[in-house]
Design a protein around this ligand. Sequence first.
Ligand code: ADP
Length: 743
Amino acid sequence: MEFSSAQPKGAIGKASLRSWTPALWSAACYWVAAQLASMLVNAAVPLPQFRPGGAVLMAAMLLNPARAWFSILLAALPVSLLVQWHHGLPLALAWFSGDASVAVLGAAGALWLLRGPPRFDLLHHVLVFACWCAFAAPALAALPEAAMLSATGIGPPSFWQAWSARVFGGAAAVLAIVPPAMGLRSGALARLLQDRPQRQFEAGLAAIAIAVLGGCAFVSKGAPAHLSALLGYAPLPLLFWVALRFGSLGAGLAMFVFAALVVASTAAGSGPFASDAMGGAPLPLPLFLDAVAVPMLLLTALTQERRGTLASLRQEQEKLGIALASERRRAERLARERRARAEVEQCVAQRTVELRRANEVLRSEIAARRKALEAERAAALRFSNLFRLGPDAMALGASADGPLVDVNDRWQQLFGYGRDEVIGRSPGQLGLYAGPDDSAKVLACFGGQGATRDLELRMRDRQGRELQVLMSGVSIGAGNECCFLAIMRDVTEQRRAEAELRRQREQLTHLSRVVVLGELSGALAHELNQPLAAILANAQAGRRFLSQPCPDMGEIHDILDDIVEEDKRAGEVIRRLRALFKKEETVKKPLAVADLVRDTLQLTHGNLVERNVAVEFAAGPPLMVRGDRIQLQQVLLNLVVNACDAMRLAPPERRRICIANALRADGQVALTVSDCGPGIAPDMIGKVFDPFFTTKTEGLGFGLSICRAIISQHGGTIEARNLAQGGCAFCISLPVYFGDKHE
Ligand code: ADP
């Protein structure tokens, strides 16, 4: 509690001290001013030429709020009384009242007229300050003081003399003290101290120059009067220079320094105003200071105002420039935004078109996909129907030899297994393949992902019966859903029938051959008779030679050679006949076409001779074909016999058969057998290869049909055509054989 009660007391003490600080300061300054004023009391007029007391109080009042004015005056009163005491109380009081009146009138009037403390950078403020504070206030305040001085006889005898001395002395002090005091308070000095070094240097230089020049002008004692007067004006250009360069503060301070110099030097009795101060007219010093200060302040204000106007104009210009620039930027930004918007709009339009297009594409894709899905579904349905109802056995497996996934009814019928028994088991596990070759064949064909058709296999059903199966397979699906579809057709019966047919055809072929040979049998017997007769004749001749006492062994050798030769001939005929009679499997080998023709002609030699038929064989280039010798001989034999039959009624000189072979441009060997018979009736020519077609009374009518089957088996064709010169030609085309390294 003690602390809290002590604290306010201290605070109050500090606050009251602070409120008295301006008063004490003013009192101190007032004391200096009063001392100075008393030093400058004119000898002729007992009034100071420079009376700064009122100016100091006015400055203090202008620098402090009105509530402090009373304390300022109160503090100044004892100081004034103390300093002026030697003049007596009435004069001291009159003196103080004069100073206080000047201060109060000047400060209050300025604050009222200018709505605040005067500013020395504004022309109308300076005018008001000069008119009111510097002249009107001292003039009003000087009225009672001058009256009292005149009345009491202390001051000058003339009222107006006293009044004018008081007015101009006070005005000079106000003009020299108030502006620098206000200027110092306004922060201009701080600004100057923070200014560029050049400005500070310039200010210092100006101060030194004023001091030096002022010193020279006013401190010089005993100088001639005209030189002293001239020197008094010497610092003026400097003052105006400072006023122009450093504004109101510079002007105030310069004026203050100048006034101080003038006043001090005058007080010391030197300078151009010394004589005045000491005993001359009371006006020249204050008038000189007034005449210097007022224009200087006006000039400063005018300059500063102009500078301010210029600065504000520049600022306005800059603001305008900034505004213009920002407006330009805004316009540019707007233009950019407009462009960007246009671009965006264009992009949006383009994107919209693209999106619309993409949408259309998507829509068509969706439609296509829907169609594809429908097609897929339809295909799946078709496949399912086909799988279920198809005529062939079908199985779906994970792969060609993998476990079965599904089998259809036909498959179950074919192999005798139920669906449940086989699903998940591979064909190998079920023993479906008849032998390892068959499973290897399946793997070789279907091991890859391709498709194969009609692979012939031997398979076994559940009972172990061997089945001949044609298998087609294909991989369907993709990726993990890939599976293998095998379609199997049972061709066991078909193959059996085909084998039977082949057997029957071979039998028929053989039979046909036998028939042809039967036709040739007479001629063949005749063919055999010749060597046999020759052998007999040679043997008889040999016996005759041997019965001679000295048989000629050389002759006997020749006879025996002939016998051997004839025997070989007979043996060859029999061998050929036996080969044709033999029923052998078809064996295809490379054959020379010319040899084939010659062998056949040798077989029919007897028949041809018997029938008086001449044969011409135009052996072309040596050509080879690949085929069964016996079957191809059978074909030629048939054609030659038919030709001989056709020429049966022809005159002997026209009975001629031409055989020619040639290589055609298409790489086929063309073997043509032509005769000079009557040819084939045009309406019959298309039927001669039909089975059982014959025009002969003893003919069977299947010789040519067998010929066509044989040639077809050899990959060739046979055709009949009538010749322009009469007769007909049968042309066989067979693929030429150029040799095979595997043969
Ligand atoms: P076949 O000799 O038993 O009649 P082919 O099938 O050999 O049976 O001959 C069928 C028919 O073709 C003959 O009956 C004959 O009418 C006719 N033909 C065959 N070759 C000739 C040919 N060189 N000239 C005229 N007609 C022929």
